[in-house]
Ligand binder design. Structure first.
Ligand SMILES: Nc1ncnc2c1ncn2[C@@H]1O[C@H](COP(=O)(O)OP(=O)(O)OP(=O)(O)O)[C@@H](O)[C@H]1O
Length: 450
C-alpha cells in the first residue's frame, strides 16, 4: 500500500501520456482496461485512482467504467476514485458519486484543475490513513507502554485502569518476562501520583545483606562504610509509587519491617531511631507461589494479607490470543529503527507460524530478544524462523479448541470491521451482517473498547 501511488485508468494513449506528465510527483501506474485496472489495484492498493468511464469494450458508453468503479471499491474501499466523464454528461457524475466515487471531473481535461482535485484526494486519503493507524494503535496499545491485542491482556488493562485512581496495594502475579514491571509503570502513569517518582526494586537481584539498606536507607555510621546518611528507595518514592518486584525473595528477617511500612506508612533507616513518614503506593509482584512459601514458613501470612488487597494474574504469552504477532511487529519496528535496518519489512509466514507455535518460556522478554537478534541476523527483507533461532524441532504446537478458534476469528473480524467503519458501530454491524445489539454484546464479550 502506498499513499503516493496514483492509478490512471485511461484507454486513450494521448491522454495517458498527458496525464503521466502532469502527475510526475506521484508514483503513476497506468491501466487501459478493466483487467489491468483491477490487477493494479490488487497489487498496489493505490491511494487515488482517476477512472475514465469510457473503457473498452464500451469506449463510447459508461457501463464498463461503472463496473470497474464498483470492483475497485469492493477491493479497496478506502481508495479515492475520481471519475472522469464526458462534458455534456449530467447524470453519470452523480451516479458515480452515488456508487462511492470520491469526486468526478468533466472533460476536457485541464491538467492544473485535475491536479488540484487529485492533490485534495491524496490529502484526504493521508488523513484517513493516519486515523486508521491511530485506531489500530488503540486496539493494540491499550495502555501507555503496553502492547497487547488479546482479550486476556485487555481484561488485565481494564483492571489496571480501574485501580489507577485508588491507593489500593496491588499484587501482580505472572511468570518472568510477562510484563509485570511494564504494567506497574502503566498503573503509576495513569494514577494521580504520575508526576511523582516511580521507583522499582527487584528483591531477587539484590543480595540479602544489602537489601535492608537499599529499601530503608541508612544513617551515617550505621555500619562500616556507611559514610553518609542515605535515603532508601521507599523514601525516594515518597508521593509516588514503589514497585517491589520478586517480593517472594524478601528474607523472613526483613518482612516485619516491610509490614510496618504497609501498616503505618513509616520507614526506619538502618541505624536510625526516628520513624520517617512515607506516602507511597505499593505494587508488588512475584512469579512464585506465595501460598506455598507461607506453608513452607518462608513468607509471613500477615504480610501476604496486606499485599494482596487486589491480585492481578498476568497470563503467560503462550496463553494470549494474538499477542505474539502484535508484539513481534512492534519490536521489529523498534529495533529496525534503532539499528537502521529499514530494509526489513516484516516476518515470513514461516516465522509467524513458528512464533505462534512456540511455547515462550521466557515470555515477552524472550520474544523481544529473539526479534532483536533477528533484526541483526536477517539477510532478506523478511525475517525467517531461523533468524529468530526458532527451529522446527523447538516447536511445541499450540492447539485450540473449536470455541477458542471461533472466538479468535470473531474478534479479528470485529476489529477489522470497526477499523474499516471508522469505529461507527452501525456501519461495522452492517459489514459484519449482525445487529447493533449483537455487536455491542460481542464488544463487551471481547473487551473491545471504542
Ligand atoms: N505488553 C508489553 N508491551 C510491550 N513490552 C512488553 C510488554 N510486556 C513485556 N514487555 C517487555 O518485555 C520485557 C520484560 O518485561 P517486564 O520486565 O515488565 O517483565 P516482568 O514480568 O517484570 O519480568 P521479571 O519477572 O523477570 O522481572 C521488557 O523489556 C518489557 O519492555
Amino acid at each position: 500500500m502506498s499513499e503516493q501511488t496514483l492509478l490512471i485508468v485511461e484507454d486513450d494513449p494521448g491522454l495517458q501520456s498527458q496525464l503521466r506528465w502532469s502527475f510526475e510527483q506521484y508514483k503513476v501506474l497506468m491501466a487501459d482496461d478493466r483487467d489491468s485496472a483491477i490487477a493494479a489495484v490488487k497489487r498496489n492498493q493505490p491511494a487515488v485512482v482517476t477512472l475514465d468511464l469510457g473503457l473498452p469494450p464500451d469506449p463510447g458508453g459508461v457501463s464498463e467504467g461503472f463496473t470497474v468503479l464498483s470492483e475497485i471499491l469492493s477491493i479497496a474501499p478506502t481508495t479515492k476514485v475520481i471519475v472522469i466523464t464526458g462534458n455534456d454528461d449530467q447524470i453519470n457524475p452523480v451516479k458515480s458519486v452515488g456508487l462511492g466515487a470520491y469526486d468526478f471531473y468533466q472533460k476536457p481535461i485541464d491538467p492544473e484543475t485535475l491536479s488540484f482535485v487529485v492533490e485534495r484526494a491524496f490529502r484526504l486519503y493521508g488523513l484517513e490513513e493516519e486515523n486508521r493507524q491511530f485506531r489500530r494503535m488503540h486496539i493494540s496499545n491499550p495502555l501507555d507502554g503496553v502492547i497487547a491485542a488479546s482479550p486476556e491482556m485487555h481484561e488485565v488493562c481494564r483492571m489496571i485502569e480501574r485501580l489507577a485512581p485508588t491507593d489500593i496495594t496491588v499484587l501482580l502475579l505472572g511468570e518472568s518476562g510477562t510484563g509485570k514491571e511494564v504494567l506497574a509503570r502503566a498503573l503509576h502513569t495513569l494514577s494521580p501520583r504520575s508526576k511523582k517518582p516511580f521507583i522499582a526494586v527487584n528483591a531477587a537481584a539484590i543480595p540479602d545483606s544489602l537489601l535492608e539498606s537499599e529499601l530503608f536507607g541508612f544513617e551515617k555510621g550505621a555500619y562500616t562504610g556507611a559514610t553518609q546518611q542515605t535515603k532508601g528507595k521507599f523514601e525516594l518514592a515518597d508521593g509516588g509509587t514503589f514497585f517491589l518486584d520478586e517480593i517472594g525473595d524478601i528474607p523472613l528477617s526483613l518482612q516485619p519491617k516491610l509490614l510496618r511500612v504497609l501498616q503505618e506508612r513509616v520507614v526506619e533507616r538502618v541505624g536510625g531511631r526516628q520513624p520517617i513518614k512515607v506516602d507511597v503506593r505499593l505494587i508488588c509482584a512475584t512469579h512464585q507461589n506465595l501460598s506455598k512459601l507461607i506453608s513452607e514458613g518462608k513468607f509471613r501470612e500477615d504480610l501476604y494479607f496486606r499485599i494482596n488487597e487486589m491480585i492481578i494474574n498476568i497470563p503467560p504469552l503462550r496463553e494470549r490470543t494474538g499477542d505474539v504477532a502484535v508484539l513481534a511487529r512492534a519490536f521489529l519496528d523498534k529495533f529496525a529503527q534503532q539499528m537502521r535496518r529499514a530494509n526489513i519489512l516484516g516476518f515470513s509466514e514461516g516465522a509467524l507460524s513458528a512464533m505462534e507455535a512456540y511455547h515462550w518460556p521466557g515470555n515477552v522478554r524472550e520474544l523481544e530478544h529473539k526479534v532483536k537478534r533477528a533484526v541483526v541476523m536477517a539477510s532478506g527483507p523478511l525475517i525467517e524462523a531461523k533468524d529468530m533461532e526458532l527451529a522446527p524441532g523447538e516447536f511445541k504446537r499450540r492447539l485450540w479448541s473449536l470455541r477458542e478458534a471461533r472466538d479468535m476469528a470473531e474478534r479479528q473480524a470485529i476489529c477489522a470491521a470497526l477499523s474499516e467503519a471508522g469505529e461507527n458501530v452501525t456501519k461495522a454491524a452492517e459489514i459484519l451482517e449482525i445487529t447493533r445489539p449483537t455487536l455491542y454484546a460481542l464488544l463487551s464479550k471481547f473487551n473491545l473498547k471504542i
